[in-house]
Every structure is written in C-alpha cells, then in structure tokens.
Design a protein around this ligand. Structure first.
Ligand SMILES: Cc1cc2nc3c(=O)[nH]c(=O)nc-3n(C[C@H](O)[C@H](O)[C@H](O)COP(=O)(O)OP(=O)(O)OC[C@H]3O[C@@H](n4cnc5c(N)ncnc54)[C@H](O)[C@@H]3O)c2cc1C
Length: 337
C-alpha cells in the first residue's frame, strides 16, 4: 500500500467498559481503543505497522464525557472528555490553574476532538518511531534517535532502550497534582497512580512502551484530589512552534502554602524524559520560601530541577533542552503569587 493511504479496519462501538475489554481481549492485540482519533488515525494513515490495528473500538458512547467537582472528592474527568471541555470548565479554572494552562496549548481543532485520556496515552513523537523505522518501539532492536537526529523529542534524562520522551502536556500536571486513574480490565475495575500508569520505558505485552497499560485495559476516569486551601499551581511549556507544538521542555509546579510561606512543593518536567520527571531538589529549594518568589530562589530551583540530566551527545545532540527545561521552571514559578 502506498504511504498515507488508510488501511481498511473494522469499527466496533462498545456498549460498556467491560464490553470494550471483551472486544480487546477477543482480538488479542489487533484491536485498539479510539477516543478522538487525533493520534491513532495519524499513525494508521502513516502506516506505522505496529500501530495499525484491524479493529477500532469506539468508547465515545459510554457516558464518559464529563467533568465533575466536589470539595470533598476533587475533580473527576471521564476518559472521553475533550481537552477543550476541560480547559473551559469553571471548576477547573477555579481550582486547577496548571490544568487550564496545560490544556490551552493544543490547536483549537485538536482540543475539540482530542480526549484527555488520549492525551496522556498518546504515542511518542520521535520521528524514527513515527517514520516506521524498525526501532525498539516498532519491534526492532535499536534506538536510531540515540545516535541520529535527537534534537527535539528525545530525553535528556537517559533512556531504557528507547530515548523518546513522553510528549503530552497534561501528564506532568496530573503527576504534580497527585492524580490517579480508573482502569477497566479483564479483572474488573482498578485504580492506578500516575506512576503506575506511566512507569517509564518498560516491556508490556512484549512491546516497548512507557505505559503500564495492557492491550485489553482501558482508562475510564481521571481523578484529581481537591486542592488543600492555599494551593497554587502553574504549567509552562516551551515549544519550537509556540503554542501549537509539543514541548521541548515544560514544567508543572504545585505549591501548598501557609500564609505566604510555601509548606510543600511538587515540580515535574515534561518533554525531557520518557515519563514526567520529578525534581525533588527543586522542590526542596522552594519549601519555606515566601511568595512571590525572589529571582534568586527561582534561579536556584531551576538549576536544581535539571540536576542529573544527561543530554544526548551523539548525533545532533540535545544539550540545549537543559536550558529549555530551566527556562520552563522559571516561567512556571514566576506565575505563583
Ligand atoms: C496537530 C497536532 C497538535 C497537537 N498538539 C498538542 C499539544 O500542543 N499538546 C499535547 O499535549 N498534545 C498535542 N497533540 C496530541 C493530541 O493531544 C493527542 O493526539 C490527543 O490528545 C490524543 O487523544 P485522542 O482522544 O485523539 O486519542 P486517540 O488518537 O483516539 O488515541 C491515542 C492512543 O491512546 C489510546 N487510548 C485513547 N483513549 C484511551 C482510553 N480511554 N483507554 C486506553 N487507551 C486509550 C488509543 O488506543 C491510542 O493508542 C497534538 C496532536 C496533533 C495532531
């Protein structure tokens, strides 16, 4: 088949989450969940072999399109809720500034189709993987990016076979806000922390992936705890093409305060590792500091955030992303008041 010609596929509309699991199980790896299709159809059109399923399982009819907030429970977002709907939700705007900022960078056409779960679970944007090279992710046994063109969507914090970074804007914020997800699988429903859902490069069902989800499991809901009083959050991304591109580096920060003093902090970097990268020494630099932060505290936290980074030096190299990550941290911290 010529490139960019969409292969024929079967389309099945699941009637319930457990029905979707049964269908995925029946077709044993040859079926995939489709949410908005903005990532999956892209890969199918480009004939990225391992990502061209025979069947698409549509879950948009399962009543999972909702955003609910209560002060005791926090925020619950159904898996098929669009990025745009989350961005404009009044409670999200009132309580989760970083989530609004992370959902604001998508081009409007994408934001209105893409689901939040799909954003978290989208494939990496390493051009070798997307170009159907026989790399680890495509069933081969080499990482071309490690020695080739690794300027943009590759890690500065090492790799484990694969150096591609997790690309999405929403995941770093979910990590920083302590979110968890509900997953439906053959054994029923279970809760997974973000760390369990996105453990970093690993082997699942015989495939190299950074997701801890099996072929016959689906995410049905994302839950973010209610913020403690005095919590502030911010997200900032630096991208090659401004707001319509994937992060070269991004930063999600969440602080809890006692008066104007920071009593707890979470700092996660996006776009620089195969899963959102936690920066504990940046967090330590923020605790006991007073808001608004001084430039010297911000600079120290940014420097600490990239400690342990190890940019790629073979091929094109990506050392500039260390500076980008520091800049993203500075910009995010400057948002805190
Ligand atoms: C032009 C363009 C610009 C973009 N810009 C940005 C950006 O700035 N920031 C950003 O973060 N992203 C960006 N994206 C990525 C976009 O946000 C994702 O493609 C989108 O969020 C994926 O969601 P979807 O519902 O379309 O997923 P789909 O394409 O339907 O699915 C994506 C993957 O997730 C799986 N999946 C989907 N839902 C579930 C579920 N509930 N359970 C289990 N598996 C599931 C699918 O099987 C598939 O493997 C951009 C994409 C494009 C094409």
């Amino acid at each position: 088949m010529s490139n960019n010609e969409l292969a024929k596929f079967g389309y099945i509309q699941a009637q319930s989450a457990s029905d979707a699991v049964s269908i995925l199980t029946k077709y044993a790896g040859n079926a995939k969940i489709i949410g908005g299709g903005t990532d999956l159809l892209y890969m199918m059109k480009d004939n990225v072999d391992l990502h061209v399923p025979e069947y698409l399982v549509d879950i948009t009819n399962l009543g999972l399109d909702y955003v609910k907030y209560t002060a005791s429970d926090g925020l619950r977002i159904g898996a098929t809720t669009t990025v745009g709907k989350v961005q404009s939700d009044p409670n999200v705007n009132q309580y989760y500034t970083a989530l609004v900022q992370a959902t604001s960078g998508h081009p409007p056409g994408i934001a209105n189709a893409a689901t939040v779960a799909g954003d978290v679970l989208q494939e990496v944007w390493c051009w070798y993987m997307r170009g159907n090279y026989d790399c680890w992710r495509n069933g081969g046994n080499v990482c071309y990016a490690a020695i080739g063109d690794n300027r943009y969507y590759q890690s500065i914090f090492g790799g484990n076979l694969c150096y591609a970074v997790n690309p999405g804007d929403i995941a770093p914020v979910l990590f920083a806000l302590g979110a968890d997800v509900t997953v439906q699988g053959p054994g029923g429903s279970k809760t997974m922390t973000m760390e369990q859902l996105m453990p970093g490069v690993t082997l699942v069902d015989g495939r190299v992936t950074e997701l801890g989800l099996h072929y016959n499991e689906l995410v049905t809901e994302i839950h973010i705890p209610a913020p403690a009083s005095g919590t502030q959050s911010a997200y900032f991304k630096l991208a090659d093409r401004g707001g319509i591109d994937f992060a070269l580096a991004s930063a999600a920060v969440v602080v809890t305060t006692n008066g104007s003093t920071i009593s707890g902090a979470k700092v996660y970097l996006g776009g620089v590792a195969n899963t959102p990268h936690r920066a504990p020494s940046a967090e330590s630099a923020l605790v006991n500091q007073t808001l608004p932060l001084s430039t010297s505290v911000i600079a120290q936290a940014a420097t600490n955030a990239v400690s342990g980074s190890n940019p790629l030096t073979w091929g094109t190299g990506n050392g500039f992303k260390v500076q980008e990550a520091m800049a993203a941290v500075k910009k995010a911290l400057a948002n805190l008041t």
